[in-house]
Write a protein that binds this ligand. Structure first.
Ligand code: PEP
Ligand code: MN
Length: 353
């Protein structure tokens, strides 16, 4: 079987139902989204990891036969989720081109290794979703396990991290996906707006953001009749809504060699580098003063944290949010980081033994 190269085209678009439910629903969805000409790979889950038993847990092997049929009809490669070595064996038998490891599986090195053991010697393409919890070491570890068994075509799927509250079903924590790219350069990164957002509205916004962060593609859930879907009904798109959304996303280039552009960018970057240098120098001087405060407090047997003083600082800085044109969230994050480092430095001074 020919390996599906994730870099064949940017963006690479994967779509299809959350779950294969019936033969008709699977084939009809795949036929209609393939007809848009915008989809490169068809997806469907046939084993569904569900939080509680007794809900729909996937149709199993017969779903693979439906997907194989969809591949025959449309000529498009197919993708399914695998969570055990048995799943891998089944998927390979049915000629599945792309396997993906789900977020609930990436968290568990035993499961990832079990999958890898079944993959040894195969040239199938494997996508790894980020783990449920915001620990990118698990994500890195899963990639390394796949590499160790000789899988060459590996990609990453960013589907967000388990969240309680908040606007979305899962918290994207974009910085973690960016860090993952820095740690694993060269691996394609695909965004899964469906599982990040958890609703139909808002998918385009997240997809566009990923395109502007130079992601390599999207995986989006679609269904002939989303309201009647047996899983993830609130986030799947009809084939025609999928088409509208995919056409709306703007995929920009990472770089152009137009001299005016390069010159303008270089100029701004030089300014940023200069300001950054000043910022870090200021921070360094600020921490030196924190150490001096630590000495005075130590000599007078006074605690590091004085809640009143800290509360005043936070209030004063946040009140300037509008004037500085910096969001309160951003200011809070910076304040917290500075305060923690300051406490650590004072702690070193006060408790040096
Ligand atoms: C899915 O893609 O249908 C799925 C179960 O995703 P995740 O592992 O991201 O929850
Ligand atoms: Mn789903």
């Amino acid at each position: 079987m020919e390996t599906f190269d994730l870099r064949r085209k940017r963006p690479v678009i994967i779509s299809g139902p959350c779950s294969a439910e019936t033969e008709e629903q699977t084939l009809e969805t795949c036929r209609r989204i393939a007809a848009t000409g915008l989809v490169d790979v068809l997806r469907a889950g046939v084993w569904k990891p569900r939080t509680r038993p007794g809900t729909f847990e996937g149709v199993g092997l017969k779903g693979l036969a439906w997907m194989a049929r969809a591949k025959e009809i449309t000529g498009l490669p197919i993708a399914v989720e695998v969570a055990t070595s048995k799943h891998v064996e089944g998927a390979l038998e049915f000629g599945v081109d792309v396997l993906w490891v789900g977020a609930r599986t990436t968290v568990n090195p035993f499961s990832v290794q079990d999958i890898c053991d079944a993959l040894r010697g195969s040239n199938v393409t494997v996508l790894i979703k980020n783990p449920m919890n915001p620990d990118i070491e698990l994500w890195v570890g899963a990639v390394q396990r796949l590499q160790k068994v000789g899988i060459e075509n590996i990609g990453l799927i960013h589907r967000g991290f388990s969240a309680i509250g908040g606007n979305y079903r899962n918290n994207p924590m974009w910085h973690l996906a960016i860090e993952m790219r820095r740690r694993m350069p060269g691996l394609p990164m695909i965004c899964d707006p469906s599982h990040i957002v958890g609703r139909r509205d808002g998918l385009l916004e997240v997809a566009q953001k990923s395109a502007d962060l130079n992601y390599d593609g999207l995986i989006v859930e679609s269904h002939v009749c989303p309201e009647k879907a047996w899983s993830d009904a609130s986030q799947q798109l009809t084939p025609s809504d999928l088409e509208t959304m995919l056409r709306a996303v703007k995929w920009r280039k990472e770089a152009v060699d137009k001299p005016e552009f390069v010159q303008a960018l270089d100029g701004f970057r030089a300014q940023i580098d200069q300001i950054d240098a000043e910022l870090y120098d200021l921070l360094s001087r600020r921490m030196d003063i924190a150490e001096k405060i630590g000495e005075v407090k130590r000599d007078n047997n006074v605690t590091i944290l004085q809640s009143g003083r800290w509360g005043d600082i936070v209030e004063r800085v946040l009140a300037q949010s509008g004037k500085l044109r910096l969001s309160r969230d951003f200011l809070s994050t910076i304040l917290e980081a500075i305060h923690l480092e300051s406490i650590n430095r004072q702690n070193q001074v006060m408790n040096k033994r």
